[in-house]
Write a protein that binds this ligand. Structure first.
Ligand SMILES: C[S@@+](CC[C@H](N)C(=O)[O-])C[C@H]1O[C@@H](n2cnc3c(N)ncnc32)[C@H](O)[C@@H]1O
Length: 432
């Protein structure tokens, strides 16, 4: 185990968190603004008390970001693989991989100790033990990821590189630690997005007057992960592909998944924005080119135009040239198995939704039955009251009751005027 350990170290203690080695600590000590920010701001850091709540949050995340699951392939089969979740935050995908994939080992790296503590807690809620999942604390200025060359099969990196000081170096590090048959799925913010051109450029800047003095590109950085987030870039896909290829990868752009925020913004504001002469031409031109797929999701130049730009990175170029084809074939087979696993997860989810729908329908039917029973009971009561009221003895009793009420009212008035002594105060009128 120790020999194949990609960290080159044997586990210590019971916690999922492995303390950095001395050299890594000195890098981690040069804390940048990025480190400081993420120590304070942990994304989606609900404190889950049950494993069910935690699993439901993963599902919510897929629902809040349409196409996120499809584009990223979360969570493939990864049979026997070593997975790195770079910038794992409080452990969303660590939990997902641990629960739904067949990965042998899952390593989470982040610069925020607070996020890693939350991740460790969340993993324990699921009873996921140290050994299968390890957490490593890094630093934004660290020169190396603390893993050996050619030791990792898959890197998941969701929404991280756009926040880092040295994304190009990190891509080179990804290339170094991945095996020649390795793959990576990276999400970085997409410049050709509804988030930038409508939600930020029109709704935030023009409609709400926020971020005075900034253009939409500068405002975008303050309108994603908090106004004080020190770095939040967005990339045009041609530029990000170039960066990945420069690091050695073969790179495919999948498209950019959406957020509900963007879909709501389109519903609310697309027509208003197009008719507003204050909107700069670059944003209007982008909005004019949008076309919509059958589900109403926007596309720009053939790609979905959400905030989450997803890229698939391959490193078969690392293999000797005569083995490229073999490495490529191995990758295709692995991806096929991943997709099959994803389909089976979606089928399970469909079955869960179906079961939930049946349960809700049963509860609706039960409530309708109770409603009908109660309506019948009310009607019975009304008829009974009418019958009782019409009895001659009851008529007399009601007349006496009315008379008594009148007498009590007269008595109260007399007491009020001081015509009767205080002992009368103790009497009060009967309720109607
Ligand atoms: C927007 S969050 C995404 C978290 C997680 N990947 C997810 O999808 O839930 C960005 C994460 O990147 C981490 N991060 C920022 N700079 C980093 C760096 N240079 N190296 C590693 N992680 C970094 C932050 O601490 C934070 O947890």
């Amino acid at each position: 185990m120790a020999a194949s350990d990609p960290t080159g170290r044997i586990g210590m203690g019971q916690s999922h968190l492995i303390e950095p080695s001395h050299s890594a600590t000195s890098a981690a000590r040069q804390r940048t603004l990025v480190d400081q920010y993420w120590e304070q701001h942990v994304v989606c850091s609900a404190d889950f008390s049950t494993s069910r709540e935690s699993e439901e949050q993963l599902q919510w995340r897929f629902e809040w970001y349409p196409l996120f699951r499809e584009f990223t392939g979360l969570y493939g089969r990864h049979e026997g693989e070593i997975i790195l979740d770079y910038g794992c935050g409080p452990g969303n995908d660590l939990v997902g991989f641990a629960l739904y994939s067949r990965a042998k080992r899952i390593i989470g790296v982040d610069v925020s100790r607070r996020a890693l503590d939350l991740a460790a807690r969340r993993l324990s809620i699921h009873g996921i033990v140290r050994g299968r999942v390890e957490l490593l604390l890094s630093g934004d200025s660290a020169e190396r990821i603390m893993l050996k060359d050619d030791s990792v099969d898959f890197i998941n990196c969701q929404g991280v590189l756009q926040h880092t000081s040295r994304p190009q170096e990190l891509l080179r590090e990804f290339y170094r630690i991945l095996k020649p048959t390795g793959r990576s799925v990276v999400m970085v913010y997409n410049q050709d997005s509804v988030w930038l051109h409508l939600y930020t450029a029109f709704e935030k800047l023009l409609r709400d007057g926020e971020f005075p003095g900034l253009d939409a590109y500068a405002a975008f950085a303050r309108n994603v992960d908090g106004v004080d987030c020190p770095l939040a870039r967005c990339y045009r896909h041609e530029d990000f592909i170039r960066m990945c290829n420069e690091a050695g990868f073969h790179t495919d752009y999948v498209g950019a998944y959406l957020s509900k925020t963007e879909l709501d913004s389109l519903d609310r504001s697309l027509h208003m924005a197009l008719g507003d002469p204050r909107l700069p031409a670059a944003h209007r031109d982008f909005l004019k080119t949008l076309v919509f797929d059958t589900r109403g999701y926007p596309l720009h130049q053939g790609y979905h135009a959400g905030i989450g730009g997803v890229y698939r990175l391959y490193c078969w170029n690392k293999a000797p040239e005569e083995q490229h084809a073999l490495a490529r074939e191995a990758v295709v087979q692995t991806e096929l198995a991943d997709v099959r696993q994803q389909i089976s997860q979606l089928e399970t989810y469909c079955a869960t939704l179906q079961a939930r729908r049946d349960e809700i329908q049963d509860r609706c039917a039960e409530l309708q039955r109770r409603h009908a029973d109660l309506e019948r009971a009310v009607e019975d009561l009304r008829q009974w009251q009418e019958r009782v009221r019409s009895l001659p003895g009851v008529q007399l009793l009601l007349a006496i009751r009315r008379r008594i009420l009148r007498l009590f009212a007269q008595l109260r008035n007399a007491v009020g005027r001081g015509q009767i002594g205080s002992s009368a105060h103790r009497h009060s009128a009967p309720e109607e």
